[in-house]
Write a protein that binds this ligand. Structure first.
Ligand code: NDP
Ligand code: 2IT
Length: 445
């Protein structure tokens, strides 16, 4: 048996109950076969067994008191996956579906994504099965304080730097940082990113993942003789990534006709009123279907995955993992989609990705396409270390440059290893090679 499939057999046996993690590993491993063939030293150093086992996994109890005075208990996680090229870096997800398999798939992907940014950040991820929906601000604050009371001992500006993900935005980062500062007795604000501007946040971090996605997709389209202008776009999700992706599509002359939340999607042939979506979902934390109260001519359809039956030129899944499977990929292709840009992490199943690639659909893979968020987090860390803040234009320019570079590196790596123009393989290879070199140099076993 070959080294790659041999390791995958071991990874499957060891993580049998974590399908999302296995899915993420399988996708990366498929890209790495020609890399491993060219580099017998990676086999000798057993890089793949090492990379698929997190350096450290932390599980903890998060007790908190709800508004009725009852004690609730959630489970907290932080997986410090690889510190080979920098402090562990990656978001925290608060969602009832969170378990170790989700955190590990996200942490594994984060290793390569962070390497692709060209900035010195290792891979990690964390979170909790806490459900922020329907909780008061005071409950969210008490939960965050309890979460940080345990997490603080494992993180630090040079150790591990969490940020947001699903269910964790500016409000949660504020409460988490407040508790960290009280416990540490120091203003170490480089310990978290996605902070508010008044205590060390970076301009553009809020917009960065969505904007970065469009900078990447724009580059990919132009490289292939297309442009965003006048294209019809469908975006799943209505959270941080989806809303700023929508804003940038509009700025580049495209038209977003549908967006979704976990209940279903809205279709507005006049183009989505994105400021209204931000008010409904981000400001009021409400339901997307109330969009119809303001735009009665729009439509709401239940079941968020039904959004992929709409005809569009560009599909941007920006909600959650496994949002597009083979069936939905087939629908999109039948309806003439030309490009898919993954704003979410692992939003397409491996079968869906393969179907797109074999049907000449351009795919901007998550590790590359949504790296703008974490890249801007690393820029936030730089600003915190230097105790200086850059302008919006400076950060935005840097973000654009990083996304264009990721596209170039992924395209070159893909061609160099015989994949032609396949950004999925190229992103995996380019990210892996940087981490592999650092691991080889450091011994680390
Ligand atoms: P948010 O919590 O801001 O938004 C998530 C959105 O997805 C909400 O509109 C939510 O609907 C919707 N959704 C639909 N189905 C699901 C589901 N099954 N589980 C969770 N959410 C669902 O998250 P973000 O926008 O920050 O993250 C979206 C995706 O982008 C995730 O995959 C995340 O990992 C990824 N990502 C985020 C980055 C960031 O900087 N924030 C960076 C890179 C990637 P509802 O409101 O009804 O729950
Ligand atoms: O998936 C991701 O890259 C994020 N949620 C952002 C991580 C970060 O540290 O900014």
């Amino acid at each position: 048996m070959s080294y790659v499939s041999d390791v995958f057999t071991r990874v499957k046996a060891r993580n049998a109950f974590e399908p999302e993690f296995l899915q993420a590993v399988e996708e990366v491993f498929e890209s790495l076969v020609p890399v491993i063939d060219k580099h017998p030293e990676y086999v000798k150093a057993n890089l793949l067994d090492r990379l698929t086992e997190p350096e450290r996994q932390i599980f903890f109890r998060v007790p908190w008191v709800d508004d009725r005075g009852e004690i609730q208990v959630n489970r907290g996680f932080r997986v410090q996956f690889s510190g080979a090229i920098g402090p562990y870096k990656g978001g925290l997800r608060f969602h009832p579906s969170v378990y170790i398999g989700i955190i590990k798939f996200l942490g594994f992907e984060q290793i390569f994504k962070n390497a692709l940014t060209g900035l010195p950040i290792g891979g990690g991820k964390g979170g909790s099965d806490f459900d922020p929906k329907g909780k008061s601000d005071a409950e969210v604050m008490r939960f965050c304080q309890s979460f940080m009371t345990e997490l603080y001992r494992h993180i630090g500006p040079d150790v591990d730097v969490p940020a947001g993900d699903i269910g964790v935005g500016g409000r949660e980062i504020g409460y988490l940082y407040g508790q960290y500062r009280r416990i540490r007795g120091a203003f170490e604000n480089g310990v978290l990113t996605g902070k508010g501007l008044s205590y060390g946040g970076s301009l553009v971090r809020t917009e960065a993942t969505g904007f970065g996605l469009l900078y990447f997709v724009d580059e990919m389209l132009r490289y292939n003789g297309h442009q965003i202008k006048d294209k019809v776009v469908v975006i799943s999700g209505a959270g941080n990534v989806a809303t700023y992706a929508c804003k940038k599509v509009n700025a580049l002359g495209g038209k977003v006709i549908a967006m979704s939340d976990s209940e279903g999607y809205i279709y507005d042939e006049n183009g989505i009123d994105i400021d209204l979506v931000i008010t409904i979902k981000t400001v009021n934390r409400g339901k997307l279907k109330t969009y119809l109260n303001h735009h009665p001519s729009a439509k709401f359809v239940e079941g968020h995955r039904n959004i992929w039956s709409l005809k569009c030129d560009i599909a941007l899944p920006c909600a959650t993992q496994n949002d597009i499977d083979l069936e939905e990929a087939q629908l999109l292709v039948a309806n003439g989609v030309i490009a898919v840009g993954e704003g979410a992490n692992m939003p397409c199943t491996n079968e869906a990705i393969k179907y797109f690639l074999t049907h000449n659909v351009l795919v901007a893979p998550a590790k590359a396409a949504n790296a703008g968020g974490v890249a801007t987090s690393a820029l936030e860390m730089s600003q915190n270390s230097s105790r200086y803040a850059w302008t919006f234009e400076q950060v935005d320019e840097k973000l654009k440059e990083i996304m264009v570079n990721i596209h170039k590196n992924a395209a070159e790596a893909s061609a160099a290893y015989g994949f032609g123009y396949n950004l999925v393989a190229g992103a995996n290879i380019a990210g892996f090679k940087k981490v592999a070199e650092a691991m080889m140099a450091q011994g680390d076993y």
